[in-house]
Design a protein around this ligand. Structure first.
Ligand code: 13P
Ligand code: 13P
Ligand code: MG
Ligand code: MG
Ligand code: MG
Ligand code: MG
Length: 370
C-alpha cells in the first residue's frame, strides 16, 4: 500500500523579528503531532525550524490534500500562533491568512510539499527547507539533480536513469502547468525555469517503462505564492521540497550536490533582494545578516513502512564549508550595492512595496524630454 509524506510549513511568528522559530513553538508542534500519532492519524512526524518557519514532516496513509492531515497542520499552526501572541513574537500568525480552515491549506498561506508513492525496499527521502526566498529557488538545484549529467553521474552511467525524467512546470502567474521531457526538451525546460519568479518546477516523475511507476512523483516543491494569495506583501513564500533518492533515482550525494553552488535567489531582506543560497546545518537555521542570507537545511530519512528513520542533518559537514565561505563572499559583494539592482529586485517584483507609491507621488513632476 502507498505511503504519503507531507511537509507543511508556516511562519507563525519569529524570534526576534524574522530570525528563527521559538523553542516554545517546536515543543507545541511536537505535542500536537504526538497526539495525532497516538490516535493513528499519522504514522510518524518530525518538527523543524527553517529560519522563522515552523516545519512539519508527517507520514500517513491518507493521500495528498487530505482534509484531516491539512487540518492537523492548520490546528498546529493555530496553537503555535496563540503562543506567538502570548509571547508577542514578531508577525504572530503571519502565514495564516484565513481565520477559518476550509478543507485544505492550499491558498491559505502555509506552504505544502507532499507526495504519495509505493515505498520501495529501501526508500531514502530528503526534506529540503529554505528560508528568505521563493519557490523558484528550487528550479536550479532540482533541474541539476534530475537533468544535468555534470551533476548527476547516474544520468550517464546508470541504465535506470539514462532515459531521463518528466518535469511538471507551473506558470504561477497564469495558473497553468506543462509536462516536459528531459533530456529531449532540455533547452525548452531551461527557457522556462530560468525565469524563476514565474515558472517553477512543481514535481518530477520517472518516465514510462522504467524501474519506478511513472505516475508516482519522485520530487515535489511547494509553490504557494504568498503575496498573490494575500493580495499584499506579507512575507516571501519560503519554499520546501521533498526528494526521493537511489535505485532508479539520483543518489543522495547527487541530490545534495547542486547545493554546493550558492546560487543567487530572490528574497533576503524584506523579500526584496537577491542573494546567495547558503546550505547550513540545523543549528545555523537562523537568518541574521540583513535577515539572511537566504538559507537551506536538508533532513535525510529512510522510510520503514512510513516510520521516519532519521533525521540526518545533511549539510552539517565540512564538505560544505567552502560553499558557505563562498556564500559569505557573495553576500558581502551583493550587500555593497545597497538599494541598487541587481541586489534589490527589479521594479516588477517590488509592486507590493512603497515603490509604486513613490512613482505615484512623482508622476505630475515628470515632464517629456524633447
Ligand atoms: P558504497 O560502496 O559506500 O556503498 O557506495 C556506493 C555508491 O554507489 C556511492 O555513490
Ligand atoms: P520571512 O518571509 O522569513 O518572514 O521574512 C520576511 C522579511 O521581511 C525578512 O526581512
Ligand atoms: Mg517572518
Ligand atoms: Mg521565513
Ligand atoms: Mg517568508
Ligand atoms: Mg553503501
Amino acid at each position: 500500500s502507498k505511503i504519503t509524506v507531507s511537509l507543511i510549513k508556516a511562519d507563525v511568528g519569529g524570534l526576534p523579528g524574522h530570525v528563527t522559530v521559538a523553542d516554545e513553538h517546536i515543543e507545541k508542534a511536537q505535542e500536537n503531532l504526538s497526539i495525532a500519532k497516538d490516535s493513528g492519524l499519522i504514522i510518524d512526524f518530525r518538527v523543524f525550524r527553517a529560519g522563522d518557519d515552523l516545519e512539519l514532516v508527517m507520514t500517513h496513509k491518507k493521500g495528498v490534500d487530505s482534509e484531516e492531515i491539512h487540518k492537523l497542520a492548520w490546528d498546529t499552526f493555530e496553537k503555535a500562533t496563540e503562543i506567538a501572541k502570548e509571547l508577542k513574537l514578531y508577525g504572530a500568525g503571519q502565514d495564516l491568512l484565513s481565520d477559518a480552515f476550509s478543507g485544505n491549506v492550499r491558498g491559505m498561506g502555509p506552504g505544502v510539499a507532499e507526495m504519495e508513492f509505493t515505498e520501495r525496499g529501501a526508500e531514502p527521502v530528503i526534506a529540503f527547507m529554505m528560508d528568505k526566498t521563493e519557490p523558484g529557488a528550487f528550479n536550479l538545484p532540482i533541474f541539476r539533480m534530475f537533468a544535468d549529467p555534470f551533476n548527476t553521474a547516474g544520468l550517464v552511467i546508470d541504465p535506470n536513469l539514462h532515459n531521463g525524467f518528466v518535469f511538471e512546470i507551473w506558470d504561477i502567474y497564469e495558473h497553468k502547468r506543462v509536462l516536459m521531457n528531459s533530456p529531449e526538451e532540455m533547452y525548452d525546460i531551461l527557457a522556462l525555469i530560468g525565469a524563476k519568479s514565474r515558472f517553477v518546477i512543481k514535481r518530477v516523475f520517472p518516465k514510462e517503462g522504467g524501474k519506478l511507476p511513472a505516475d508516482e512523483p519522485v520530487a515535489v516543491i511547494s509553490t504557494e505564492k504568498l503575496y498573490q494569495i494575500a493580495g499584499e506583501y506579507v512575507g516571501k513564500d519560503d519554499p520546501v521540497a521533498l526528494v526521493r533518492a537511489q535505485s532508479g533515482l539520483p543518489a543522495v550525494g547527487e541530490v545534495l550536490e547542486p547545493f554546493a553552488f550558492p546560487h543567487l535567489v530572490s528574497g533576503w531582506m524584506r523579500g526584496s533582494h537577491n542573494g546567495p543560497l547558503m546550505p547550513v546545518p540545523f543549528h545555523y537555521s537562523k537568518c541574521t545578516r540583513f535577515d539572511g542570507p537566504p538559507r537551506v537545511i536538508a533532513a535525510g530519512f529512510q522510510l520503514a513502512n512510513g516510520r521516519l528513520v532519521g533525521p540526518v542533518d545533511l549539510f552539517d559537514d565540512p564538505a560544505y564549508d567552502y560553499t558557505r565561505q563562498k556564500a559569505v563572499e557573495i553576500a558581502e559583494y551583493m550587500r555593497r550595492h545597497g538599494p541598487f539592482e541587481p541586489h534589490r529586485l527589479p521594479m516588477e517584483d517590488m509592486e507590493y512595496t512603497t515603490l509604486p507609491k513613490v512613482m505615484d507621488r512623482l508622476k505630475d513632476r515628470f515632464e517629456s524630454i524633447e
